[in-house]
Ligand binder design. Structure first.
Ligand code: NI
Length: 138
């Protein structure tokens, strides 16, 4: 009998500021596309981050992976880099990438994928109560 896989999801949070603006467009074009989110000095969000891993249930612990191990990887690879930062200037992947929720979800995936050794299944970024971004799309 093959061991069934189980999903483990854990929620984290970080606070960060950003500005939705690209140097590839004019100021007027940025304002037309991003509206207030293009304001020069940025604005902040309290982001929710849900990370889902999948794996066989270990015997004898009964875990997919220990929570403290997952926490340490998320903290080291994502939260330490993102929390209380201005994403556009402080986080390297946004030097030439607009830090939208879509891109944040993708970039968080890129940071976590290798350290989680193939267990990562999904990254969900909650930017506001109304905006949620999920990667990969199903
Ligand atoms: Ni925003």
């Amino acid at each position: 009998m093959s061991t069934p896989l189980v999903h483990l999801s854990r929620r984290y949070s970080f606070s960060a500021s950003h500005r939705l603006y690209t140097d590839h467009l004019s100021f007027e074009e940025n304002e037309a596309i991003f509206g207030r989110c293009a304001n020069p000095n940025g604005h902040g969000h309290n982001y929710g981050l849900t990370v889902t891993v999948a794996g066989p249930v270990d015997v004898p612990t009964g875990f997919v992976m220990p929570l403290d191990e997952l926490d340490a990887i998320v903290r080291r690879t994502v939260l330490d880099a993102y929390d209380h930062r201005y994403l556009n200037l402080d986080v390297e992947e946004y030097a030439d990438l607009v830090p939208t929720g879509e891109n944040i979800a993708r970039c968080v995936w890129e940071r976590l994928d290798a350290p989680l050794h193939g267990l990562l299944r999904r990254v969900v970024v909650d930017e506001t109560r109304n905006n949620r971004f999920e990667y990969p799309a199903i």
